[in-house]
Design a binder for this molecule. Structure first.
Ligand SMILES: Nc1ncnc2c1ncn2[C@@H]1O[C@H](COP(=O)(O)OP(=O)(O)O)[C@@H](O)[C@H]1O
Ligand SMILES: [Mg+2]
Length: 236
């Protein structure tokens, strides 16, 4: 479904991604794990069209997207939930969700209303707070809102950048079970995480990123048992 081949991304003289390649098949949850600064966000932003690679190619559903404008990539069915959630603090919960549907034509307004109700059904806490300003939500609720907002574009694939960041262990569990439900209802997931343990426990396959390159890849269940992964990322 998503295929990233040999991308090299620079910030001026800094070579942030070094010949990175990975792929995600339809229906999977794939995680990209790595320490702070490994290049995870850079990889996300390159897939979603916010950063450009000097080399290689990226295809989504058979279409080449490495030169495509970010909004067109969203329209193809690839939605991003950015690091740090980035909800619109001064807008209400409901307005934030409606913003997620901005790529959909006005003729779909009834479907958009229906999808809004589906998001509220999935996240009852957002429904209770639908008229509350997003900036006043707790961290976990803002993460739910960011996921709900991405769902409003009806994505085929969702990219999530560190959804566990800054959340208590119990909220992390809750967010990860939401992610699993989103996947079970048909959305393919690419998950970027520093929290290797959680990411490996939820994903089918994973890639380990270190200073811009993949150093290990495989089934998540096998990586959980891998000695190198355990020592470097699981503290065991
Ligand atoms: N805007 C930027 N300008 C210069 N260097 C950057 C910028 N963003 C990230 N980097 C550098 O690129 C590398 C990868 O960063 P990033 O993709 O944010 O890592 P991660 O998300 O895994 O923590 C780091 O060395 C970081 O310092
Ligand atoms: Mg990051």
């Amino acid at each position: 479904m998503l295929s990233v081949n040999d991308i090299n991304v620079y910030y001026g003289a800094i070579h942030a991604l070094k010949g990175l390649s990975f792929h995600v098949e339809e229906g999977e949850i794939v995680s990209l794990i790595g320490a702070n600064g490994a290049g995870k966000t850079t990889a996300m932003h390159t897939v979603s069209g916010l950063l450009r690679s000097k080399t290689g190619d990226i295809t989504f559903m058979g279409e080449s997207i490495e030169k495509m404008e970010p909004h067109r990539i969203v329209r193809l069915g690839l939605a991003q939930v950015p690091e740090g959630r980035r909800v619109f603090s001064n807008l209400t919960v409901q307005e934030n969700l409606q913003m997620g549907a901005y790529i959909r034509p006005a003729t779909q307004s009834r479907e958009v209303d229906r999808d809004l109700e589906l998001v509220f059904k999935r996240f009852p806490r957002l429904k209770e707070r639908r008229r509350q300003q997003a900036g006043t939500l707790s961290g976990g609720e803002q993460q739910m809102l960011a996921i709900g907002r991405a769902l409003m574009s009806r994505p085929k694939m969702m990219l999530l950048d560190e959804p566990s960041m800054g959340l208590s262990p119990i909220l992390v569990q809750e967010i990860f079970s939401c992610i699993r439900e989103v996947n079970e209802s048909g959305t393919t997931i690419l998950l970027v995480e520093q929290n290797a343990k959680m990411a490996l426990s939820i994903s089918n396959r994973a890639y380990v990123l270190e200073t811009g390159s993949i150093i290990l890849k495989g089934k998540s269940s096998e990586l959980l048992d891998n000695e190198q992964v355990r020592r470097a990322y699981l503290g065991a």
